[in-house]
Write a protein that binds this ligand. Structure first.
Ligand code: GGG
Length: 340
């Protein structure tokens, strides 16, 4: 039996993760869950945003499902998200974005594969009297492995093309290295896939004006962070944006949204992103049919008129989760009918 480390975190994290867990448990009883502490609440309780025993539990599990953390705007804040990403070598951040019937009709069906281990997110900032210098690292190794990850993902999900998004006309050496690595690998190792590249500013505009041009995007850390939020806004908002952080030995799946303290505890958070993160997680650990069943159940829940509060509906987190579970149960019943 596989083990999932559950990290509810702060704000709406515990509410949406509870919904995701209920849906996962309706889809399979083949998983064991262990809980671990993270975020601002963990800091109050233990003095650490990412306690050592949390990291040990995360590393010991087959995968992890994380809710959200409330970050502090202080110079001493030690991001647990960046912390576990580094400690577990989660070099790929994967964000699929597509429309749900009844929610959006943006024509987007894209997977953004974001380099997650370097770029501008290494927190290498040096202050002097006049300002602050941030160093941004782009290495050959990180570029190679994220491009290869995008290729494997494209092939395994039957996608046809990968677009490399960069700013190599200005950042000639760093983004230039990323682009060259992409072009070399695609030309030699992935002739079965179409490939192209685009400057990040024009890619952002094209994502909005011509969304169906994109299939898989592979890009650097900051660009991926921004583009994936733009894409999710087009497909209904962050409440619909699941995300996977993947490394060679570990993985952490999460809703892309934060802890939303303004609505925490009111039962109105949209659990869709957390439920879809759970579906991605099951796919990653080899439970493809359960993953698909959950995705289909969410799709059908929206397609049949269930609407969460963030998109103008009346269903709170729990009610929407019940709708998804009931769609799952319908699928199970009709499968049993087929098997008989
Ligand atoms: N589920 C994603 C999440 O919690 N996002 C908030 C976040 O990552 N904040 C930045 C940080 O604390 O590092």
């Amino acid at each position: 039996m596989k083990t999932v480390c559950i990290l509810p975190g702060d704000g709406i994290g515990p509410e949406v993760i509870d919904c995701a867990r209920r849906v996962i448990e309706a889809a399979t009883d083949d998983l064991e869950f262990v809980a671990a502490d993270i975020g601002a609440g963990a800091f109050q309780r233990t003095g650490r945003y990412l306690p050592d025993d949390t990291l040990t539990t995360m590393k010991g599990a087959d995968t992890c499902l994380f809710g959200a953390v409330t970050s502090e705007r202080s110079e001493t804040y030690d991001s647990p998200v960046i912390g576990f990403g580094k400690e577990m070598d989660l070099f790929a951040n994967v964000r699929p974005v597509r429309d749900f019937a009844g929610v959006s009709d943006s024509q987007l069906d894209v997977v953004i594969v974001r380099e997650n281990s370097e770029g501008l997110y290494t927190m290498d900032e040096v202050a002097d009297d006049a300002g602050v210098t941030t160093r941004r690292r782009v290495s050959l190794r990180a570029s190679e492995r994220i491009v290869r990850h995008a290729i494997v993902l494209a092939r395994s999900t039957d996608r046809e093309g990968i677009c490399c998004v960069h700013k190599a006309n200005v950042l000639r050496r760093s983004d230039g290295l990323f682009l060259k690595t992409f072009s070399d690998i695609m030309a030699t190792e992935a002739q079965d896939l179409r490939f192209s590249d685009q400057l990040v500013d024009s890619a952002a505009a094209r994502l909005v004006s011509s969304p169906s041009d994109f299939d898989v995007i592979v890009t650097l850390n900051l660009y991926g962070d921004i583009l994936s939020d733009v894409a999710s806004a087009m497909a209904g908002g962050l409440g619909f944006a699941p995300s996977g952080n993947i490394g060679p030995s570990h993985s952490v799946f999460e809703p892309a949204h934060g802890s939303a303290p303004d609505i925490a505890g009111r039962g109105i958070a949209n659990p869709t992103a957390a439920i879809l993160a759970g579906s991605m997680m099951l796919g990653h650990i080899g439970m493809a049919s359960e993953a698909k069943a959950i995705y289909r159940a969410v799709f059908e829940a929206y397609a049949t008129g269930n609407k969460t509060v963030d998109i103008g509906g009346a269903q709170g987190s729990s009610k929407f989760t019940e709708a998804v579970i009931s769609k799952l149960n319908v699928q199970k019943t009709s499968l049993e009918g087929t098997n008989r």
